[in-house]
Design a protein around this ligand. Structure first.
Ligand SMILES: [Zn+2]
Length: 288
């Protein structure tokens, strides 16, 4: 489900050191701390998680490994990454099965992105891949797009993540790894980008998930397309807040949860290009 519009960034107490994605593909180079397998000269970077007030644990040191978090790209390049989450929860699947919702695949949105040649990064839940295996393969084959994971069933990784429920701490790593395995079955070029459902995480989640070898991709522009009543507020929200290096969160499940994303994306893309922004994937955003 789409909750980003309600999200409020708060002050932060901890810097997360990016120590590499555990992925030997060259795609995530700039966030890697292992330059021999990444873009040459890729520095170790520090990035700030921006949702929860992350508190260092007692006795925690700078050596404690945390999942890295990326909220935006370089501010000195006129590039923007549009990202699209494909949620599917148990509740959403029941709505599909009962016929209350016809589809949680927003095909018109994908058609629009392809027609306008818009590179984009998609974050897929495992349940969504199960529901739409052929579409997942098609997306994986399209050179415009790159795919990352969004957990198996879109539960939250903090105690109070809207109404998403909570993955128990002891299950967090297995849940994320399950989604990675699921994506790899469909996409031989799957990235090691990951997005937290609802944008909810804290230091415990980042610590538990460090061994997963993925980098959390946050955002600096919530697209507010979740439960939108028309395209206009979505267009205005994105265009009012976008800047160099922005990561914009929108959704590709459509249905009753994100009904106007396809109508909003055309005006957004045209205006961003008119302002001189190059639209890129997250990997391109952080690549040298
Ligand atoms: Zn989501």
């Amino acid at each position: 489900m789409a909750y980003w519009g309600k999200r409020v960034a708060v002050g932060l107490l901890v810097l997360v050191t990016v120590v590499g994605c555990g992925d030997t593909k060259p795609t995530a180079g700039v966030v890697s701390g292992t330059p021999q397998t990444r873009a040459p000269g890729g520095p170790i970077r520090t990035v700030r998680p921006t949702l929860a007030p992350v508190r260092a644990r007692p006795g925690a040191s700078a050596n404690v490994k945390l999942m890295p978090v990326l909220d935006h790209g370089p501010r000195d390049r006129k590039q923007v990454a549009l990202t699209f989450d494909a949620d599917l929860t148990a509740l959403m699947r029941r709505r599909l099965v009962s016929g209350k919702v016809r589809s949680y695949y927003n095909k018109p949105l994908i058609d629009e992105l392809q027609a306008m040649h818009v590179p984009a990064t998609m974050f897929l839940t495992g349940m969504w891949m199960e529901q739409y295996p052929d579409v997942t393969r098609q997306l994986a084959k399209d050179p415009l797009f790159e795919l990352g994971t969004h957990t198996h069933d879109h539960r939250g990784f903090t105690k109070h993540c809207y109404t998403l429920g909570t993955v128990p701490k002891q299950d967090m790593l297995a849940d994320v790894r399950r989604a990675i395995v699921e994506l790899d079955q469909f996409d031989p070029h799957a990235t090691r980008w990951f997005r937290f459902p609802g944008g909810c995480y804290d230091a415990t989640a980042l610590h538990e998930l460090a061994p997963a070898g993925v980098t959390a991709v946050g955002l600096d522009v919530p697209g507010a397309d979740g439960f939108a009543k028309s395209p206009q507020p979505v267009i205005k929200q994105v265009l009012d807040h976008v800047q160099n290096g922005s990561i914009v969160v929108l959704h590709m499940h459509g249905g009753d949860n994100a009904p106007y994303t396809a109508q909003a994306v055309g005006p957004i893309v045209r205006e961003l290009r008119a302002r001189g922004y190059k639209l890129v994937t997250v990997t391109q955003l952080v690549s040298k």
